[in-house]
Design a protein around this ligand. Structure first.
Ligand code: HEC
Length: 443
């Protein structure tokens, strides 16, 4: 701003103290590229708010119209597809940005005294962001949205004593329907933004009271100091511009998934969740029966509580990560488990090469024996038997299929699927085809 204009306003509004508070905040040790993730997260939140407002102009939160209104946004609204793309990829970017922000805080020991409350507020903000993701996922009201949300709510239902009540509160009744959709919509666009804005304000207020943590050195006295402007502002702006560009490129080049319109009676649909919930989806596959509550709520609750109270669990005042082997090892172990599960999940989703000739032969066997009379794949076929669109993902076990086709009742008691007298070659090819069906979207 030209200095004369600035002076004109400053004489009337007394701006200099405001400028000092906003831009002259001292950073111990000086500006750094590693401190940008908080600002990036804040920027992405503002982008989500702006794109969300425009989407709300056209979106209709009812089961009759939600799906059509999304299609309308995609096809008819000027730049509607682009705004929806920004909002979709922006959500993923926000999860990554907040994850990196927490990782940096963890690595630098920046959660230690006197910044415990800022960390705890941060964990709350992270949980609010994940709730944004969960509630937003239902809004397109397609098959994936509907059945993934069903799975999520069922998991809440496994919590003892209050589970039933909680899942009914989430659904607004006994079944997932119109009330659930308006409830998720109102939460997504009214309740959560209000809570998140309050939380961000508090997070930043605390930051300004205690000041940024700076580097992890013990010798704080010898640290030089640098104001937030101009270098840190510049670094933040550069990374924000890069992130926006990446999100915009994704929005332009990757078509967004939209499966069939939600069909509450098609219980055979197997949903695949967003990538940031995939590690958890993978974990759920390993626990069954009496162990199920362990994965559905005990483990998540423990992880959240440990995260929340972490500054009081790790009481070692040293901040240099090399001299905090236990904290560093626990952090690494946590990341290893999460990314290990995510990796396995992605590997299962994309495993079988689609050019495998056995898969093509198996597809022919599938057609020859009229499997489509009962089963559906990518929306084609009957609906009396389970949808097989992602059967290779939900049943990755080759031996199971080899046993199943000649005698379905031997592995699925009570199944009315007929026995199929297949040759060994046909059996193998058909199984290869089944195992190749791992993707919710056809390509
Ligand atoms: C008459 C209807 C019918 C036909 C025809 C039929 N199935 Fe099935 N199939 C079923 C039913 C019903 C089940 C599920 C039984 C259950 O859930 O207990 C099933 C289960 C399956 C499953 C396991 C799905 C899961 O839940 O993981 C696979 C895989 C499968 N069928 C493949 C095939 C293939 C391949 C063919 C053609 C060779 C075929 N089916 C023909 C009715 C049929």
């Amino acid at each position: 701003m030209s200095s004369r204009l600035y002076d004109w306003f400053d004489r009337r509004l007394n701006l200099r103290p405001v400028q000092r508070t906003l831009l002259d905040e001292p950073i111990p040790g000086g500006a750094s590229w590693i401190y940008v993730f908080g600002s990036v997260t804040l920027f992405l939140f503002l982008m989500q708010a702006a794109t969300g407002m425009f989407l709300a102009l056209y979106y209709a939160p009812t089961p009759d119209h939600a799906y059509d209104s999304i299609q309308f946004i995609e096809r008819d609204v000027l730049f509607g597809w682009f705004v929806r793309g920004l909002h979709h990829w922006g959500a993923s970017a926000m999860v990554i940005a907040i994850g990196l922000h927490m990782l940096q805080t963890f690595l630098y020991g920046a959660y230690k005294s006197p910044r415990e409350v800022m960390w705890m507020m941060g964990v709350v903000l992270f949980l609010i962001v994940m709730t944004f993701a969960f509630t937003g996922y239902l809004l397109p009201w397609d098959q994936t949205a509907y059945w993934a949300t069903q799975v999520g709510i069922n998991m809440v239902g496994t919590v003892p004593l209050v589970g039933d009540l909680l899942s009914r509160v989430l659904r607004g009744g006994e079944t997932l329907g119109a009330l659930t959709l308006s409830r998720f919509f109102a939460t997504h666009v009214l309740f959560l933004p209000a809570v998140l804005i309050g939380g961000i304000a508090l997070h930043l207020f605390i930051l300004r009271r205690v000041g940024p943590a700076g580097p992890w050195t013990d010798d704080r006295a010898s640290l030089s100091s640098e104001t937030f402007a101009p270098r840190q502002v510049y670094m933040d702006a550069v990374v924000i511009a890069g992130v926006f560009l990446a999100v915009a490129i994704l929005a332009v080049s990757v078509p967004l998934p939209l499966t069939d319109k939600a069909n509450p009676s098609d219980t055979s649909f197997v949903p695949v969740p967003e990538w940031y919930f995939l590690f958890y989806y993978e974990l759920l596959k390993y626990v069954h029966g009496p162990l199920e509550p362990l994965a559905t709520w005990i483990l998540p609750l423990c992880v959240i509580l440990i995260m929340f109270f972490w500054p009081f669990i790790d009481r070692n005042p040293v901040r240099n990560p090399i001299r905090r082997p236990v904290a560093l090892a626990s952090g690494l172990l946590f990341l290893l488990v999460v990314f290990g599960l995510l990796g396995i999940s992605i590997k299962n989703l994309y495993a079988v090469p689609r050019t495998d000739p056995a898969v093509a032969r198996g597809k022919a066997v599938y057609a020859q024996f009229g499997c489509a009379g009962c089963h559906r794949i990518h929306g084609e076929g009957g609906a009396v038997a389970p949808d097989l669109t992602t059967v290779g993902y939900t049943r990755p076990d080759r031996a199971w299929h080899l046993k199943h086709f000649p005698d379905p009742q031997s592995v699925m008691p009570g199944s009315f699927m007929p026995k199929f007298p297949l040759t060994d070659a046909q059996l193998n090819d058909l199984t290869s085809y089944m195992l190749s069906l791992t993707r919710a979207t056809s390509s």
